[in-house]
Design a protein. Structure first.
Length: 245
């Protein structure tokens, strides 16, 4: 797939492209990343922002350079999906990341200042937010999408099966992990993990995932894919913890 990023600061992406799954996805040929800087599409004197009509503090990104950058990015693609990174969008979820990873061409618009001229929204398919806080630009949100999408592409992960156990894959948080040494600062690794009994280990992990999700992110349980057995275990955990409903 191709991910195009429209930004005034393409250099900001260098560091995350230089290591890890993004680099691997690019090197293996499953991902192509390109940058389009609105400055390169602005006539002399290369002005990309201007004062808002109606007055008020802050600047707004002018529509023409953005539009031209967008048209250039879309050249040669029959189907492009254009995303504007903005706190007004729906909050990014793993489900959305998966959907995006199946597309042929994404264009991510990273705005600065107060935002972009509203008329550019006519060319945007979706607004996506990475959370309810205010950043100084859409670059970090675009990097978040880049990272989350790239790691799902073939060739991005050294262990391609690893995503199967990711948190959110079935709507639950992940189980706790332990590695060597067996004893650390007086704390032991749970016995079951050393038993070599795969059935028991899977059962323990499922139990831990359900318990963690209940305690740390109970909101996720409403949408999680739960079996009858899961629901029975959850009731048991609630009884153990004395949680009433
Ligand atoms: N998740 N920002 C966008 C410009 C802006 C300002 C107002 C629309 C309206 C953000 C986030 C985010 C900072 C990117 C402001 N756009 N983007 N930028 N949180 O905070 O995605």
């Amino acid at each position: 797939m191709t991910i195009d990023i429209i930004t005034l600061f393409p250099e900001a992406f260098e560091c995350i492209m230089s290591f890890g799954p993004i680099r691997k996805a690019v090197e293996s040929g499953s991902l192509k990343i390109r940058f389009f800087n609105p400055v390169d599409f602005a006539p002399h004197p290369k002005q990309v922002d201007d004062e808002p009509y109606g007055g008020g503090a802050g600047m707004v990104m002018k529509p023409e350079p953005l539009y031209k950058a967008l048209q250039k990015a879309k050249e040669g693609f029959s189907e492009s999906y254009v995303i504007y990174m903005s706190p007004q969008g729906r909050i990014l979820t793993q489900e959305k990341v998966k959907e995006l990873s199946g597309r042929e061409h994404l264009v991510l618009i990273s705005g600065r200042y107060k935002g972009i001229d509203e008329r550019i929204m006519a060319f945007v398919d979706e607004e996506i937010s990475i959370g309810d806080y205010v950043l100084s630009g859409g670059e970090i949100p675009a990097m978040v999408i880049l990272d989350a999408v790239a790691r799902l592409l073939p060739g991005a992960m050294s262990d391609p099966d690893s995503w199967r156990t990711d948190s959110f894959e079935d709507g639950l948080l992940d189980a706790p992990y332990y590695t060597r040494p067996r004893e650390f600062m007086g704390m032991e690794v749970p016995e079951v993990l050393l038993s070599g009994h795969h059935g028991k280990i899977e059962k323990w992990r499922r139990y831990q995932r359900l318990k963690r999700t209940l305690l740390k992110r109970p909101d996720l349980l409403k949408k999680a894919k739960l079996s009858e057995e899961d629901r029975r275990i959850l009731e048991e955990i609630k009884r153990e913890l004395g949680i009433e409903e």
